[in-house]
Unconditional design. Structure first.
Length: 124
């Protein structure tokens, strides 16, 4: 079964979020390998070359690094450590394009609770 309809449409097409696979978490396109698994491998000392060869055999090291940078920017935005503008700049995109890509990773553009929303409306 092909999941290509669920894949990101921009240049960062190697990371996908597919409902029903790994709980909708970010995965390596065409596999069940979770992005978090790849990060864990790198954190525990696996070489970039080995990770690329085993998890992303169709990618060059440079392309892998570009994909990893996008995933990192999205995660830092989700954790509220980077603004959307700063995250977009990190990956060399304009802010609107970055915001539109967030849904590919299952991350909302706006994630405010009721109190934060009411405060924003009051300050508008």
């Amino acid at each position: 079964m092909s999941h290509s309809a669920n894949l990101p449409s921009s240049g960062y097409r190697y990371i996908a979020s597919v409902p029903g696979i790994r709980g909708g978490q970010a995965i390596v396109e065409g596999t069940r390998i979770g992005v978090h698994d790849v990060i864990t491998l790198l954190q525990t000392g696996e070489s970039v070359e080995t990770v690329v060869a085993n998890c992303f055999p169709t990618l060059t090291r440079a392309r892998f690094e570009q994909e990893a940078k996008m995933a990192m920017a999205v995660k830092l935005f989700e954790m509220r450590r980077l603004s959307s503008g700063m995250a977009a700049s990190l990956v060399g995109m304009d802010r609107v394009s970055f915001l539109l890509r967030l849904s590919d990773f299952g991350v909302p553009m706006i994630d405010l609770d009721t109190d934060e929303l009411a405060e924003d409306i009051a300050n508008a």
